[in-house]
Design a binder for this molecule. Structure first.
Ligand code: ARG
Length: 466
């Protein structure tokens, strides 16, 4: 029998029931549903909408229901319509009429909106913490490799010298922004829809400020229609998660390239690699590829909900029941990836010698060579042209800027002297790139120190949130 069966003369069709039910997935919000109900009934008692003693008994029984589920004494297997029905039916089974009073002055519409917010709030805090752990792993790697010269690329062509540390710091910056976005999302999420009723509030003299405070929300929402129909917080989280996954997919792509025999910049630990069923020599970066692939999945989840919400009239529509699986999937997917990445990075072997060798070919010090002439008084554009010609000549003769003789240099410009070799030495080229945010090892070391402080501040912002 459905809890809304009053006006019906026939039971719901079996297939229709299967399509209608959300319990198979919304039971994940069991804890939040109980928490919301405890706050609601506490308010009903304090406002004397129901007898205060009865409210206390209901709250105490709700706690017992939660304990029973946690201890495995009560199973979340049921043919109930949804998690809200499950809790209310169990309560009524135990308390009779008292249980039937719980739903006074609320609707499943404000109830579900409250539950998802509570659930999402916990997830945001967890994911932010995990994001910062990854950020920390990147900062560690950066500190250890501040002077590991490697080629920086544009168009995937060797361009100018950077260090592996500098590279890792770039990803740490992205993840710090992700954590910041999560914090921003949390701020707008933390408003209570409870007490909005089905759509139009209630005639009882409720205290929505009290339920908001009991649930750790900053305030009750201002408008009951908006309260039950808003899913912005889920969309914002999924947008933030999509961007986070985009960053992880870029890092994954780099790792896939770097782990290849063509690059050999890194070697993933066996614990984070897989083999091939036919090619005995293979060691594949499957987890990076999966992270890259799962990025598409998280984007898909975002688009699922954006599309579900598009054009929905106010207020609650059953379409919105479709919010949960997309949200859960995005959160689960991101958590799965974030569980693996920090240790995968910490345990990977950095082949500094191969990075250095790659940096030695490809004329990534050509800009420095031009700058050398500029420092001797030549206009940059002229120097640029001359060095371009030198590079062309080297390419033809199989030479590098380092192996070209001074006599050959002088055929291009009299300004070249013996000191050109120091000017184009990669260690010097890197050390001199001291502009703020640049890759000089001393810059990177200082950046890592600042990063650690910023990670600490970001983590503190989430402390006490959940
Ligand atoms: N299972 C529903 C959901 O997830 C709960 C709200 C149901 N409200 C209603 N009026 N049918 O959205």
């Amino acid at each position: 029998m459905k809890l809304w069966s009053g006006r019906f003369q026939q039971d719901i069709d079996r297939a229709a029931d299967a399509l209608n039910r959300s319990f198979p997935f919304d039971r994940r919000m069991f804890r939040e549903d109980v928490e919301g109900s405890i706050a609601h009934v506490t308010m009903l008692g304090r406002c004397r909408i129901i007898d205060p003693g009865e409210a206390e008994r209901i709250a105490a029984e709700l706690v017992r229901i939660r304990e029973d589920v946690e201890a495995g004494r009560l199973s979340l297997e049921s043919d109930c319509e949804d998690v809200h029905t499950f809790v209310e039916e169990e309560l009524t089974r135990r308390l009779g009429d008292a249980g039937r009073r719980l739903h006074t002055a609320r609707s499943r519409n404000d109830q579900v909106a409250t539950d998802i917010r509570l659930w999402t709030r916990t997830q945001i805090c967890d994911i932010a913490e995990m994001t910062l752990t990854l950020c920390d792993a990147l900062a560690e790697l950066a500190g250890d490799n501040a002077d590991a010269i490697m080629p920086g690329y544009t168009h995937l062509q060797r361009a100018q010298p950077v260090s592996f540390g500098h590279y890792m710091c770039a990803y740490a910056e992205m993840l710090l922004r992700d954590a910041d976005r999560l914090q921003d999302c949390l701020r707008r999420l933390n408003i209570s829809p409870l007490g909005s009723g089905a759509l139009a509030g209630t005639t009882y003299e409720t205290d929505r400020h009290l339920t908001a405070a009991l649930l750790g929300f900053d305030a009750p929402c201002e408008n009951s229609l908006d309260g039950v129909s808003d899913r912005d917080f889920a969309l914002e989280l999924m947008s933030a998660l999509s961007i986070l996954m985009m960053h992880i997919s870029r890092l994954s792509e780099e790792m896939i390239l770097w782990a290849s025999l063509e690059f050999r910049f890194v070697e993933l630990s066996d614990a984070y690699s897989t083999g091939s069923s036919i090619m005995p020599q293979k060691k594949n970066p499957d987890l990076c590829e999966l992270a890259r692939g799962k990025t598409g999945r998280v984007y898909g989840d975002l688009f699922t909900l954006l599309t579900v919400m598009k054009g929905l009239p106010l207020a609650y529509n059953k379409d919105m029941q479709e919010d949960k699986e997309a949200l859960f999937d995005a959160v689960d997917t991101v958590r799965g990836v974030l569980c693996v990445f920090p240790d995968m990075l910490r345990t990977m072997r950095i082949r500094r010698e191969n990075m250095r060798a790659a940096a030695g070919a490809g004329f990534i010090n050509a800009t420095d060579c031009a700058d050398y002439l500029v420092k001797k008084g030549m206009p940059f554009r002229t120097a640029y042209k001359i060095v371009g010609e030198i590079v062309g000549e080297c390419t033809q003769n199989g030479k590098t800027l380092e192996s070209m003789s001074l006599a050959d240099y002088k055929t291009h410009s009299e300004l070249f002297g013996e000191d050109v070799y120091e000017a184009i030495r990669l260690e010097n080229c890197l050390a001199l790139r001291r502009s703020y945010g640049g890759p000089a090892p001393e810059n990177v070391r200082a950046a890592v120190e600042r990063l650690k402080g910023r990670i600490h501040v970001a983590a503190a912002a989430f402390d006490g949130e959940e």
